[in-house]
Design a protein around this ligand. Structure first.
Ligand SMILES: *Cc1c(COP(=O)(O)O)cnc(C)c1O
Length: 418
């Protein structure tokens, strides 16, 4: 958890705002972010890469709220997007099109056309078919587009299998041994594709530098082969993936990660692009929720709270562990082991298991480390309106997403007229 969330006199604060006040004003469940935590993380990346030509392109999918995108755009961030929905979000938040990298395995024609129209900075291409489609559409529009090929280096990111993306059995990227021929083909036959770079992204929540080192070596080998073939590039995109500490992981610090990339890549003379998502935003947000019921069964103690897997999917999807903290500390009460569970009708609907907490019904708790892949993965399962999102800036709080209403949920549905 970022130091911008801390206890003062036994009460948990986001910056200068205590979370009891947030719950009173915004109700629960709600996501609460710290503006300064976000700026702090951004600056750590900017500092880590300042000695080399670089671009930091925030991976929008980690948290696509306009306020977050807007704050990062104001810092000079670029953006890594995976859909035209994310493209429109970035533009609406004041992000610059020419600083956008368009990634993703399934870019549709309409999405490609829109990206060409607004002039995105680069397409990171993931298949030969996609490349041909982009070239055809660019030719039709008479516009030259920047292209990087995302290589699949077949490297194990040593992370949860659902978020490993750099192995040859994953759907991502183009086999490392096929790319040189492909670059030659592009250069010879695709005049509307300007080859600017090479890209990769081997997975998320990497907690060691080893897989990054292996990937860099693979990328440099490909770049050397390309050079021998007379193809010189401008940019090397190392993707995102730097892990964060949720429990007892010991991921490299941003500075250490930056040092490694700068050292290994500065010789190449290429501009370094990175696409951090999780490591920029994970620790900048908590999910604030209230205990509805305490339920003791023969087997377990359950703390049933008003946030569920529809609000925060990571525990259900990846068995992810997030810190769970009382908003008001009660040192006088004995701690009990609880499974903290939500209202959704699934046994996967848990937020944490076997947590030692001193709880009473009505208490507020905070689930930490949810600034990334939290709100953006939420759903309306069980007809639950999505939670409000709040941004705290010193002693002020701002609603950056209103809580949905129940009417919102079925506003687009129609009954048969018979
Ligand atoms: C998801 C993704 C990222 C961001 O990954 P993090 O682990 O959140 O840093 C970056 N680039 C691409 C292409 C991605 O798909």
């Amino acid at each position: 958890m970022s130091p911008y969330f801390s206890y003062k006199n036994g009460l948990l604060y986001a910056e200068e705002v205590n979370l009891v006040d947030v719950a009173t004003q915004a109700h629960t469940p709600c996501y609460v972010y710290s503006r300064h935590a976000l700026i702090h993380n951004w600056q750590a990346f900017a500092e880590a890469f300042k000695t080399v030509p670089h671009r930091i392109c925030y991976a929008v999918k980690a948290n696509a709220n306009l306020a977050i995108l807007n704050l990062l755009a104001a810092q000079g961030a670029g953006f890594d997007i995976v859909s035209s929905g994310e493209l429109e979000r970035v533009l609406a938040a004041g992000g610059r099109a020419d600083k956008i990298i368009f990634s993703g395995v399934a870019k549709q024609s309409a999405e490609i056309l829109r990206a060409i129209e607004v002039g995105v900075g680069c397409f990171n291409v993931e298949s030969v078919s996609e490349l041909e489609r982009i070239h055809t559409l660019a030719a039709r529009e008479q516009k030259r587009v920047n292209i990087a090929i995302r290589i699949n280096p077949n490297i194990d990111a040593r992370t949860h299998p659902y978020i490993a993306t750099g192995l040859s059995n994953n759907k991502f990227g183009i086999d490392r041994y096929d790319v040189v021929a492909l670059y030659k083909k592009i250069q010879a036959t695709m005049p509307y594709c300007q080859l600017t770079g090479i890209a990769c992204h081997i997975g998320s929540q990497l907690t060691e530098l080893g897989p990054f080192v292996e990937t860099i070596e693979c990328m440099l080998a490909v770049i050397a082969e390309l050079k021998r073939a007379g193809i010189t590039l401008k940019q090397i995109d190392m993707g995102g993936g730097l892990g964060v500490r949720y429990r007892d992981e010991t991921p490299p610090a941003i500075a250490e990660y930056g040092r490694l990339l700068c050292e290994k890549l500065k010789e190449s003379g290429l501009e370094i692009i990175i696409e951090p998502g999780r490591s920029l935003v994970a620790d900048t947000g908590i999910l604030l929720t209230r205990v509805e019921y305490l339920k003791q069964t023969r087997a377990k103690n359950f703390a049933i709270v008003d946030a569920g897997m529809n609000d925060l999917l990571r525990p259900a999807l990846y068995e992810a562990w997030h810190p769970i903290l009382p908003v008001v500390q009660h040192s006088d009460r004995p701690g009990v082991l609880y499974d903290v569970v939500g209202p959704v009708c699934e046994s996967a609907d848990f937020l944490g298991k076997n947590r030692l907490l001193a709880l009473a019904e009505g208490d507020l708790i905070a689930i930490a480390g949810v600034g990334a892949y939290g709100a953006c993965m939420s759903s309306n399962y069980n007809a639950r309106p999505r939670a409000a999102e709040i941004m705290v800036d010193r002693e002020k709080m701002y609603v950056i997403r209103e809580r949905e209403t129940v009417q919102d949920l079925f506003a687009w549905e129609k009954v048969l007229l018979c």
